[in-house]
Design a protein around this ligand. Sequence first.
Ligand SMILES: C[S@@+](CC[C@H](N)C(=O)[O-])C[C@H]1O[C@@H](n2cnc3c(N)ncnc32)[C@H](O)[C@@H]1O
Length: 312
Amino acid sequence: MRLPDLFVNRFREIYPDLTIDDCFACMQANSSLFFRLNTLMPEWQQVLSQLSEMGIDAQAHPLYPLMLHTSSVHRQSLVNSDLVLDGRIYIQNPSSLLPVLCLEPCAGEEILDLCAAPGGKTTFIAERMQNQGRIAAVEAVKSRFFKMKKILAQWNASCVHTYLADGRTIGRKVPQRFDRTLLDAPCSSETKLITDQPESWRYWSEKKIKASASKQKPLLRSAFEATKIGGRLVYCTCTTAPEENEGVVNWLLQQYAGSVEVLPLPKLVSDWRPGLADWRGENFHPSLESSRRVLPRHGYACFYLCLLQRTA
Ligand SMILES: C[S@@+](CC[C@H](N)C(=O)[O-])C[C@H]1O[C@@H](n2cnc3c(N)ncnc32)[C@H](O)[C@@H]1O
């Protein structure tokens, strides 16, 4: 199984105790297929009989019973099926459910989803709120914004209001407005690296990691400023790079010392790891050990999550 040497070496540096072949099994093209059922649709249970008519045997995922998993041999038939096109299922990795489960959005609240397209997490937030309340879904890239609008309409996610805007401006425009905020930040997306597929590595580099960290900081500042005092904020990425994870949140903790705290996360994944205490000579705030790193194994894509509370 081949991946860029630089990536493998960085991975070893982050997780010196791990046998990495065990992790990279989940970075193969043919790993399992996961999808979530859309309970905002009337008669959503009928999906189960349609799946069995298609000869697809799918089981509930232990993280969330309305996420199912099946063999990757069904990928093409599912991707091209009415189930996806009509918004009755959404294909996504279980790691993508974690930020929303940690955010714990409640019916009636006002939620900000700052980097929202194509809407995989927004639809899940709407579902958790049973479409009651208001979600502001912000996206800066036009093509992705319109794709998201289509998906939200297909999903009956009627409590979502969409904004084609630069997320960096939202904290200034509507300070202290939201009960909860999700920042699923644009990142170097190491989760998209696929073993033995060099085309999947083409845009990955340490330069990309540094550039991503520079973009994430003003987005996190904006997310923080848009959140109410007492409100909660989840910062997450689908990358292992500490520069984009602990490094970015550590920056926020320094900028807003006394106004923000890291909260512990509910135990959702058995073998996720605590946030790093340091990286390449930089010591992080000790509370960042309460953030969590999801390893790319047991069906989960690599992910980083940090739950923050605005205290002043
Ligand atoms: C990791 S993806 C979000 C995935 C999405 N949350 C989901 O679950 O479907 C990050 C998104 O942020 C968008 N983005 C990048 N820079 C942005 C900015 N300054 N303001 C708002 N969105 C931005 C990207 O175009 C991309 O769609």
